[in-house]
Design a protein around this ligand. Sequence first.
Ligand code: TLP
Length: 353
Amino acid sequence: MKASREVAAEPTARRVIDLRSDTITQPTEAMREAMARAEVGDDVLGEDPTVRRLEATAAERTGKAAALFVASGTMANLAAVMAHTSRGDEVILDDQAHTYLMEGGGAAALAGVMPRPLPTERGIIRGAQLEAALRPPDVHHAPARLVCVENTHNRHGGTVATVEAMEELAEAAHRHGLRVHLDGARLFNAAVALGVPAARLAAPADSVAFCLSKGLSAPVGSLLCGDAMFIARARHVRKMLGGGMRQAGVIAAAGLVALDTMVERLADDHHVARRLAEALANLPGVRIDLSRVQTNIVRVELPGHDARAVAERLRARGVRVSLVGPRAIRLVANRHVTQDDVPEVVEAFRAVL
Ligand code: TLP
């Protein structure tokens, strides 16, 4: 069955401009070559040299002591929640957080935690807001143990949390004995947009997850990074979740190419998103908050239109988008869409609206 938020695929002769997500990106030739040549071993036994190299590189890039290669961003976030908490603990997060809304309820079903969603303006919980939400130890209260923060923030439109915002939140959390997990599925987009190393954005957090399979274009995989004890716990959790992989170096090899060659080019996606947003914002019937277009995501509000019908009609014209609400769609710039495609996308919107 197709996912309800997406519009079904149909083979067509015309070139499709696919803006549904940056997860659709295909591996590069260099990745395919590296995968074919990868030196591998049994990673559950700790014997895959390519996975080890990827984990060491990820730890270095995020400034953490250790890293764990996992199958997906969803598994990275779930393993982080499970390694930081016990069943019945409260996990505080933004009410639009991917971990809360888009990960199949795994935090509740598998980690057994109590989510405590807080409304925010752009996805970042402020220090004072966190402190106001914390409740004293009491037999009635689930003990708050963890704060999750997302950077860039998907459902807020790819917005970026600055180093200062991260530090403010983490300082408040740590002062009250809570740990901080950063869902950095698009951490490198945030780093490129802000012009700061990813490690600086990750420094205030106790753990950070990032994805290789989004704008970085690797076919599979995410990394969870943190201190050595945390990663040892997460490695056990990964095994419990069935995520221990054997000759995983075959896919890790593509991840190494991604980290070595694909980070800087994320700026190209940001430029495409900006140009798309500025052009589409001029069309009647379209509302785009340009101040939120900070990375590769454009959230398009379509007041007065049925977003699903608009998406279907765009698809018929070779432009694919995803639904994020009854009157909202999302465009995600990615490696397969260039500045030259922008006029065609704008033309399709003009015709459809
Ligand atoms: N996001 C995907 C879909 O799930 C919506 C997308 O197309 O944007 N954290 C964040 C912030 C994410 O955006 C995603 C994926 C994940 C975690 C989960 O990663 P995967 O898909 O690898 O499990």
